[in-house]
Design a protein around this ligand. Structure first.
Ligand code: NAI
Ligand code: 15L
Length: 266
């Protein structure tokens, strides 16, 4: 069944533009929101600018929506002050507004950086402990925790999707394991919003790559089966760059450069 109105936050960003282009069929109306300007609304669209840090505006944006694809916020390592507005305060505002508006289902774009300090040899699944590799990763742990609270207390379902690296192509050798193809991302969103039951599962957002660090077998009931593989790009990457040495700190942890980098505030 079609959703009535799907809110997409972060609609001006990389994944937001992809979702806008490809997910129109999920709902009668798609409401697009971001803190920066977006291109004007097309048929079946509504466009509303909003800083997630502004609760009254978040309430206006969420009102009338039955589901949310939450992509908005800081998407890389930044200062605590920058991260806290969108990813901590803003995340809380979104769930609180969702509760008041009666939203039933959310896809939260969490990140592999919530578990980035696990070594690459360790296969993770939905029950593996958090191991944030950055302030950004900590903000995604917070988001997942808020999602769990709003599921247990208020019954709002959330797919906590720990996205690997969703770009047109893998950009380095690490992404041969973490790559999520744009098509698999679209299929994942469709599965999450169409699943008869969701709950509040952790889903790792990676394609069917040959090298894998994440096991999604506990969430088979969601019905998402990734179709693409990064292997198609391996030769191109090998020709373009030398793979990092095995003892390179950026090569040791799943979070790669985020885990290896110094503290952002220093
Ligand atoms: P992006 O940085 O291109 O898009 C994020 C959007 O959020 C931007 O358009 C930005 O203006 C908006 N935003 C930032 N602060 C905001 C605020 N206070 N209020 C309202 N909007 C705000 O990021 P991308 O790649 O599209 O990622 C989307 C989401 O997926 C992010 O939450 C990111 O953390 C997550 N993710 C993405 C991955 C990827 O490979 N693309 C990997 C893992 C997680
Ligand atoms: C993320 O969480 C970022 O949003 C994205 O820009 C990439 O850095 C990705 O992780 C990754 O780990 O490759």
């Amino acid at each position: 069944m079609k959703l009535k109105r799907l809110l997409i936050t972060g609609a001006a960003g990389g994944l937001g533009r992809l979702a806008r282009e490809r997910l129109g069929g999920l709902a009668e109306t798609i409401r697009l929101s971001d803190v920066v300007e977006m291109t004007p609304a097309g048929p079946g669209e509504e466009v509303m600018t909003c800083d997630l840090g502004d609760f009254e505006r978040v309430r206006e944006v969420v009102e009338g929506c039955d589901a949310i694809l939450h992509l908005g916020g800081v998407s890389v390592e930044r200062s605590f002050a920058e991260i806290s507005n969108g990813n901590l305060t803003g995340l809380y505002h979104l769930y609180e507004a969702a509760r008041k508006a009666g939203v039933r289902r959310v896809l939260f774009a969490s990140s592999n950086h919530a578990i980035g300090f696990h070594p690459r040899e360790r296969m993770l699944d939905a029950d593996s402990p958090f191991a944030p590799d950055s302030l950004y990763g900590v903000s995604k742990v917070f988001g997942e925790a808020v999602a769990m609270l709003y599921w247990e207390k208020f019954g709002i379902e959330t797919a906590r999707v720990r996205i690997g690296s969703c770009f047109a192509e893998p950009r380095d050798h690490r992404m041969l394991a973490t790559w999520l193809s744009p098509d698999d991302f679209v299929r994942l969103c469709e599965a999450v919003f169409r699943a008869p039951r969701l709950g509040c599962p952790v889903i790792y957002g990676a394609s069917a790559n040959a090298e894998r660090w994440w096991d999604n077998s506990k969430v088979g009931y969601v019905g998402w089966v990734p179709q693409d593989s990064s292997e198609a790009f391996r030769a191109k990457l090998d020709a373009a760059m030398t793979p990092p040495a095995v003892d390179d700190p950026a090569n040791r942890y799943q979070g790669g450069g985020f885990a290896a980098a110094g503290h952002y505030e220093d």
